[in-house]
Ligand binder design. Structure first.
Ligand SMILES: O=C(O)C(=O)C[C@]1(C(=O)O)C=C[C@@H](O)C=C1
Length: 292
């Protein structure tokens, strides 16, 4: 069988690349510049699969990913990858000796936010610049050795782009992990040995338009009386006006199970709109994932 094309938020050595490599050892990995372009690539059939960051333990949801999946495309989640995240400050080797004089710091907004306290106390006056990924920041710093600037990213990015790490582990809290979604046009979830926990289903629910009181309570009851365990609930703006939201819920059950089928029917009977992203297994980059 020919290798699958797997798009990921690049360039090489982004955290998303490291997560993709853990699950897709034998496939063709294709770096793409931004999260929407990754999602479009899989939706349009340019690639078979796309890997994008979804949620970080310190900073929460990556809004671009969840909003794009709700508003713009119909694709399924076929796996989740969880990875530990260690952020380091790195500079061009030519600037190694004067690294404390850096004039700006580049990284992905989620990475900058994960290091907020460090940056505030250590470099409070130094401007922070946003990049499309941590690896894009490292690449930029490597290409601009004349400027005394730094990037925040992982140690693979430092090696890939020939940078020197000047401060290790600058993220503010020790337990720093990120969830990545593996997206596909088909809804056949990846079944490789080594997954952890229970199967999960992600649904996006819009409440009935009549704005009745207790609507969210009704939605939660649909899951509660069936003993369907939720591992996440979050509201995101519908982008139609202030106070209008959709709800993202992760349910620890397969959507094919009778209780889940019943729950989805009851939600629709209540007047909710339901968009399911499908059921999927969770893999960890630290744990061995068999190549098939
Ligand atoms: O993959 C990368 O390197 C990214 O820059 C993206 C991203 C994210 O959006 O959460 C991935 C993991 C880390 O949490 C920080 C940044």
């Amino acid at each position: 069988m020919s290798a699958q094309k797997v798009a990921y938020l690049g360039p090489e050595a982004s955290f998303t690349h490291l997560a993709s490599k853990a699950l897709f050892q034998d496939e063709l990995l294709v770096p793409i510049r931004t999260i929407p372009e990754c999602i479009e690539a899989v939706a349009n059939g340019k690639v078979d699969v796309a890997v994008v960051p979804l949620e970080n333990a310190l900073e929460g949801t990556v809004p671009l990913t969840i909003d794009y999946l709700f508003h713009e495309v119909d694709v399924s989640v076929i796996a989740e990858i969880q990875a530990p995240i260690e952020q380091h400050l790195m500079v061009h080797p030519n600037n190694h000796k004067k690294w404390e004089e850096i004039t700006s710091i580049y990284s992905h907004p989620h990475a900058l936010a994960q290091c907020h306290k460090y940056l505030y106390y250590r470099f409070g006056k130094v401007p922070l610049e946003q990049s499309t990924s941590t690896a894009a920041a490292a690449k930029f710093v490597s290409e601009n050795e004349k400027a005394c600037i730094a990037a925040i990213g992982n140690s693979s990015a430092a090696i890939e782009y020939g940078l020197t790490i000047v401060e290790h582990n600058i993220h503010d809290f020790h337990f720093n992990h990120t969830r990545f979604f593996v997206l596909s046009r088909s809804n056949h979830c990846i079944q490789k040995p080594g997954h952890i926990g229970q199967v999960k289903t992600t649904v996006m629910i819009t409440l009935p338009k009549d704005d009745r009181s207790g609507a969210l309570h009704q939605v939660l009851s649909v899951f509660a009386w069936r003993q369907l365990n939720l591992s996440k609930i979050e509201s995101r703006p519908l982008k139609t006006g202030l106070g209008q939201y959709f709800f993202v819920m992760d349910v620890l059950e397969d959507e094919q199970m009778p209780m889940m089928i019943g729950a989805m029917e009851e939600l629709k009977a209540l007047g909710c709109e339901v968009k399911s992203l499908g059921s999927y297994n969770t893999y960890e980059t630290e744990k061995k994932i068999a190549s098939d």
